[in-house]
Design a protein around this ligand. Structure first.
Ligand SMILES: C[S@@+](CC[C@H](N)C(=O)[O-])C[C@H]1O[C@@H](n2cnc3c(N)ncnc32)[C@H](O)[C@@H]1O
Length: 240
C-alpha cells in the first residue's frame, strides 16, 4: 500500500462526512465537468476515483454511473476498489469517463490516462479536472493543508503543457482550459467546518482556517451566503 492509499484510508470518513453535510458546496465544480456531455441518449459513465460517488448526484436519474476508487476507505457498497495501473473494466465500455481532483497523487499519470482511454468507447470522452500548478489552489493544498493536516499534502499538479511529451495522449486532447467555480456556503461557520473536515485540517483552529481561506483563496459575500474562490484545469480527451 502506498503513502496516499494509507492517507486516504484515514481521511475518507471526514471527507465523506463533509460532502454529506454540505452536498451543494462543490455543485459548480461537478456541473462544470458535464458541459461537454449529451445526456439525451442513455449513457454509461465511469467516475474514477469517485470518493463517495458524489458526481452521480449531478447526473440525470436514468444515467448509469459506475464508481471506482483507489482507496479502501472509499470503496464500500457499490464503489469498486480499482487500481490506476490497470482498471478492472473491459475495453470500450463507457461513453464517458470522469476524474475529478483525483490524479495529483498518482505515481504514473500517463498510464492512468491510457487506462481511462482504453475503457472509453471509440468516439467517447475522458474528462478530468485537477489542480493547476502555480494557482492559489496549489498554494492552499501544498502549503496550507500541508502545514495543518498532520498527514501532510504534496500534490503533483498540472499545466496545459503537462502531456506534450506523450504524443498519444496529447493528440487526444480536444479541450484544455482553466476554469473557475466557487465553493458555496450558507454561512462562514459552514465554510470553516467543511474545510476542516474535507481537507483534514486537524492542526488548525477555526480562526486559523478562516484566515487561510481568506488570505490564500479569497472569499466573496453573496445574497445566498459566502463563496470561496476555487478553480481547476479541465482536460477533455476524445477517443478516436
Ligand atoms: C480529492 S479526492 C477526489 C474524490 C472525488 N473525485 C471528488 O471529487 O470528491 C481524491 C481521491 O483520489 C483517491 N486517490 C488518489 N490518489 C490516490 C492514491 N495514490 N492512493 C489511494 N487513493 C488515491 C482517493 O481515494 C480519493 O477518493
Amino acid at each position: 500500500m502506498n503513502d496516499y492509499q494509507i492517507i486516504f484510508q484515514k481521511r475518507a470518513a471526514d471527507y465523506h462526512y463533509a460532502m454529506q453535510q454540505f452536498p451543494e458546496a462543490r455543485k459548480h465544480e461537478f456541473d462544470n465537468l458535464f458541459s461537454g456531455i449529451n445526456f439525451e441518449n442513455d449513457v454509461h459513465l465511469l467516475d474514477v476515483p469517485s470518493g463517495g460517488g458524489y458526481l452521480r448526484n449531478y447526473t440525470p436519474k436514468n444515467t448509469k454511473v459506475t464508481l471506482g476508487d483507489f482507496s479502501e476507505g472509499f470503496a464500500i457498497d457499490e464503489i469498486q476498489l480499482v487500481t490506476p495501473e490497470k482498471l478492472s473494466f473491459e475495453s470500450n465500455t463507457f461513453d464517458a469517463v470522469f476524474s475529478l481532483s483525483g490524479m495529483h497523487h498518482l505515481k504514473n499519470v500517463p498510464q492512468f490516462i491510457r487506462e481511462c482511454l482504453r475503457v472509453t468507447k471509440t468516439g467517447g470522452s475522458f474528462i478530468f479536472a485537477d489542480v493547476k500548478k502555480g494557482t492559489s489552489v496549489d498554494v492552499f493544498l501544498n502549503e496550507f493543508v500541508n502545514t495543518y493536516n498532520s498527514l501532510g499534502h504534496k500534490g503533483d499538479f498540472f499545466l496545459e503543457t503537462s502531456f506534450e511529451a506523450f504524443e498519444d495522449i496529447q493528440s487526444c486532447i480536444s479541450i484544455c482550459e482553466y476554469k473557475e467555480y466557487p465553493f458555496q456556503f450558507a454561512t462562514v461557520s459552514d465554510m470553516v467546518t467543511f474545510f476542516k473536515l474535507f481537507f483534514g485540517l486537524d492542526k488548525a483552529d477555526d480562526p486559523t482556517i478562516l484566515h487561510g481561506i481568506e488570505q490564500i483563496l479569497g472569499t466573496k459575500t453573496t445574497d445566498k451566503g459566502i463563496e470561496v474562490n476555487w478553480g481547476l484545469l479541465l482536460f477533455q480527451l476524445k477517443k478516436a
